[in-house]
Design a protein around this ligand. Structure first.
Ligand code: BGC
Length: 767
């Protein structure tokens, strides 16, 4: 654990006292987002210290030319970067001619707060200049959920001990670069600028990808909360527009600048109308006014929290942490737009530049599926459906034939944009997660139509991939899958990664099963799909062969499936025997030492047991858990959650809790010493899973919802809600028992710790 400077609070993240060393970490932790755009919690005013400036717009990326030491055929030409977008939040401040800069000024009573109830970020402090002038600053900022193209800032200054001049300098700056640019290129071209009375716009376009964005701002000034007009001076450069407002203030006055700003972009509007649209949406914001927008913001978030909230009583830090995770997931993805997805760092940093990883399918979908309307999860599936052609092209590039698809490891627009051979070419298990997500969605929502309308095409293309990727081993008389990287990226180019082989077999069987289903229940769709995909009988025969004759590495001695061929040749020394000083191994050891070691980055075999828990008994799970968990270093944020869920399942309650703490406060306590780069958004869904599927024991196998609630020793109680088909069910658990409340108008049968119960409409059942 590295830092833990924020204060525990049920609904808020609070930082008290200014510490320059925390600035970049806080920029991540206090990030704001509204699904369409997001930004790190950069200060509005000038800051000369260490900072990572970051504003991002959903879907807008740049294909940065690949940089690798040794080019390999099949590599993508570029790595897609989430693009750092023009800055609209900036407000320079001068007090009697002196620049406010938290890096150089004396700062007293610094207080920063992110209210997760309504997504509002506030900051207040007193600044004291060398000549003794003191002023109180207060800033409030949010990104609107009802007008998703804008955000609003109210920035107030109150002189404490002087009369004099305040100069506000709100600006737009389109001269923004990505810190992680491969060749230090500037990714934007400025097309046009417009200045008006208290409003300004910059139209810029991304190079190569050609996304156009109008970044706008509109300013209002208030003296003691009454609107005042102040004539501004304009300072315009090639890439920026700054307005300067100067005014005299007295002790006791508060002068505020309200800045509405944001982006209107060409994914949603014709390029020629961007200035106009930008203006329209800002006018609308001004018309509604800051307080009114804020009130609407409260209401929108209240609606989200109504189903998404998890309460934990008896442990404030745990309560704060789970809300932080849920809050960030909602800031990142709101689910209306199937062109958007959930980047591992969301809108909070540049690392993992690509937008979409298997994280979405393996971890995030269940969260959105249970806390939002089913269309949200469906949109995430459609995102991949719409990229099927690109996945087929990607597979063709690697030598696969006849409509086989390999979905990318990292993507923005469907093209692969990751370029480390061990991952790009070998971490093919991601393809299985795409099918697993379809299964998960259909199983949970009951929306079988999805298979007929979209899913089957994807399933067929992926089944084709697996049947071509598997090799028949004459020696083993079975099918093998050679040269892969499993979820455990601390092993590369291994043969027969159990998880990958199992997933491949399962995908093929799922494809066969669904072909039968369509033939029987959706004959018209079946015919169309066979025609469209040109699926032939020999292929289907091959799928049966490969799936029924798949090889799985297994150890008789330990009675466990082996992570890969040869795993037992390693020195199996448990992680607990490693000196603390050598961890995390990815920061302390050479790569070759990691590869030779038995240490596991994240759930691998156990990821398979998590996905397919219903296909194994508890004893088998226990044996595998006891074999692999002690060798696992959990150096991926995606690891602890899966282990927490499995540990709960087999009653390893202490372990489950230990793993839960690690996933839930990963960023707040900066376990991996990297929060300054951004938050781990996708693993936050894993935190949610650790409560709902872990402690709550929620499962949904065979169309039946079941729970097996347990509670960590030091919690008094917890509760969560899930949407399940036409029902919303609230689950409450304390040390005496549990309560289930059916908020819907129709009864539902569920199973609780193995007992069948019916909860009638609007009814409460206590067990
Ligand atoms: C993990 C991958 C994951 C990626 C993005 C890596 O560290 O090993 O499984 O997809 O991070 O979250």
């Amino acid at each position: 654990m590295n830092i833990d400077y924020t204060k525990p609070h049920e609904w808020k993240i609070i930082e008290e006292g200014f510490n320059k060393e925390h600035v970049t970490a806080s920029e991540s932790i206090f990030s704001l987002g509204n699904g369409m755009m997001g930004q790190r919690a950069n200060f509005e005013e000038y800051y000369s210290g260490d900072t990572l400036q970051g504003s991002y717009i959903g879907g807008i990326y740049y294909p940065d030319k690949t940089r690798v030491g040794w080019w390999k055929n099949g590599y993508p030409e570029y790595f897609a970067k989430v693009l750092n977008a023009p800055n609209w939040i900036g407000i320079g401040l001068k007090i009697n001619g002196k620049v406010l800069d938290l890096n150089t000024c004396k700062i007293i009573d610094f207080y920063r707060e992110l209210d997760m109830k309504n997504g509002v970020l506030t900051r207040s402090f007193v600044v004291e200049f060398n000549d003794g002038d003191m002023a109180k600053i207060h800033a409030t900022r949010f990104l609107s959920l009802i007008l998703q193209e804008i955000g609003a800032i109210k920035y107030s200054v109150a002189p404490i001990n002087f009369q004099g001049e305040i100069e506000f300098a709100p600006y737009l700056d389109a001269g923004i670069v990505n810190q992680d640019a491969n060749y230090d290129e500037f990714f934007w071209k400025i097309l046009d600028k417009k200045e008006g009375q208290d409003e300004a716009y910059i139209l810029s376009k991304t190079l190569k990808t050609g996304f156009s964005v109008s970044t706008g701002m509109k300013i209002e000034l208030l003296l003691n909360d009454a609107v005042v007009k102040i004539q501004n001076e304009t300072e315009s450069t090639e890439k920026s527009i700054t307005y300067k407002y100067k005014t005299k203030v007295n002790i006791g006055d508060t002068i505020s600048l309200v800045k509405y700003g944001g982006y209107v972009q060409s994914m949603n509007h014709p390029e020629g109308e961007l200035f106009n649209m930008s203006r329209q949406v800002l006018n609308k914001a001004v018309e509604m006014g800051f307080d009114n927008l804020l009130e609407k913001q409260n209401k929108s978030w209240a609606k989200i929290w109504d189903t998404a909230d998890i309460t934990i009583s008896g442990d404030v830090k745990a309560q704060q942490a789970i809300r932080f995770n849920i809050f960030q997931l909602n800031q990142t993805y709101s689910g209306e737009d199937s062109r958007l997805n959930i980047g591992p760092k969301g809108f909070t940093g540049e690392k993992y530049g690509g937008s979409t990883y298997w994280d979405t399918e393996a971890y995030c979908i269940p969260f959105y599926m249970s806390t939002k309307d089913k269309n949200v999860a469906k949109n995430l599936l459609i995102y991949r459906y719409n990229q099927l052609d690109k996945a087929i092209e990607n597979a063709e590039k690697l030598g696969f034939k006849k409509g086989a698809a390999l979905y990318p490891m990292v993507t923005m627009n469907g093209e692969e944009c990751h370029n480390e051979w061990e991952i790009t070419f070998e971490e093919i298990h991601r393809n299985g997660a795409i099918v697993y997500a379809i299964y998960n969605y259909v199983n949970y929502t009951g929306d079988v139509d999805y298979i007929a309308s979209h899913g089957m095409e994807v399933i067929i293309a992926i089944a084709r991939f697996w049947s071509q990727r598997a090799t028949f081993s004459k020696d083993k008389n079975q099918f093998v899958i050679l040269g892969v990287t499993g979820p455990n990226e601390y092993e590369n180019n291994v043969n027969n990664n159990w998880y990958t082989n199992y997933l491949a077999k399962w995908c093929l069987e799922y494809a066969l099963e669904n072909l039968e289903l369509l033939k029987d229940k959706y004959p018209e769709n079946y015919k169309q799909i066979i025609l469209k995909t040109n699926l032939e009988t020999e292929e289907i025969t091959k799928w049966t062969e490969v799936s029924s004759q798949m090889y799985f590495p297994y150890s008789k001695k330990f009675d466990v499936y082996l992570q890969q061929d040869g795993f037992l040749d390693k020195e199996l020394i448990p992680v607990s025997k490693l000196p603390k000083s050598e961890r995390p191994i990815n920061q302390k050891w050479s790569w070759d030492r990691i590869l030779r070691s038995p240490y596991i980055k994240q759930a691998d075999v156990l990821q398979g047991f998590y996905f397919f828990e219903n296909l194994f008994d508890d004893q088998t799970l226990e044996k595998h858990f006891d074999f692999y968990e002690p060798l696992t270093v959990h150096e991926s944020s995606l690891s602890p959650c899966v282990h927490s869920i499995l540990a709960s399942k087999i009653d390893r309650n202490e372990k489950a809790y230990e793993m839960y703490l690690r996933t839930s406060r990963l960023d707040l306590d900066d376990y991996n010493n990297e929060v300054h780069e951004g938050l781990h958004i996708t693993s936050m869904a894993g935190t949610w899973l650790s409560i709902v599927q872990g402690f709550g024991g929620m499962r949904n196998f065979g169309g039946k919802l079941s729970f097996n609630p347990k509670i960590p020793k030091n919690w008094k109680s917890y509760s969560f809600k899930i949407k399940y088909r036409d029902h919303t069910i609230k689950v409450f658990k304390n040390h005496e028992g549990c309560k289930f409340y059916n908020e819907s108008d129709t009864p539902i049968n569920i199973s609780v710790s193995g007992k069948e119960i019916t909860i009638f409409d609007q009814d409460l059942v206590i067990t």
